[in-house]
Design a protein. Sequence first.
Lengths: 133, 134
Amino acid sequence: MKISIQINEGPYQHQASDTAYQFAKAAIAKGHEIFRVFFYHDGVDNASRFTIPPQDDRNVVNQWAELDIKNADGEPELVVCVAAALRRGMLDEGEASKNGIDGNNIHPAFRISGLGQLIEAGIQSDRLVVFGD
Amino acid sequence: MATKKFMYLNRKAPYGTVYALESLEVVLIAAAFEQDVSLAFIDDGVYQIVEGQNPEGIGMKNFSKTYHALGDYDIKQLFVSAESLEERGLSIDDLMPLVWEDEDEDWAEKPSIQVVSNAELTKLMSDQDVCLSF
């Protein structure tokens, strides 16, 4: 089955991202395809490459990165909503230079894109599963 | 591209958290995909479409006017939970008079809001291909 996931909450504050990760990992292990993971609302904070949890805790960002969800063209399918990201100070290189900001923090396993990617995921997938409050 | 039935579930008050505003952003973008779209307002989500919102005092943007644009985006099915209204001492008269224009009837304005029971909402939700919950 082709599955997409929407994550609406940030890491550590909320378990949504952890639960979604466990779900994605289990689905892949069962032979399902994760078409796309879309990060929205505070969920965009799951893509920060600056995340440094204590050593004895899981690294939520790296966990997602290690799942290595990509499409046939090799692009990451861990997709961060651009509007939600920008208003929360989450930038990739392109957005940083476009907005004259002197740094960027999106992990390379993720990419920034528009909300259309969420709708497309809903259309293309057999299931869209939403994690959050 | 295939047409699917999309329902957006709005469950949170318009201010206090960003869910309502960002849900509306998804709905407006989604309109470009020409899917069969409906919205449901449940729990505190019913406050999103209450008439006469004025968040000026709390320094928030009043985005409630945007709901009036939904009809122009051909989004004409707004379901509101009767139980959620009643629990909050609200009725349909407290909600914005949201309408859509019927092309087949000389652009006559028709109400978009339908108050339905939770049992009916459950059935509507089970008829969807995709439910996005905010």
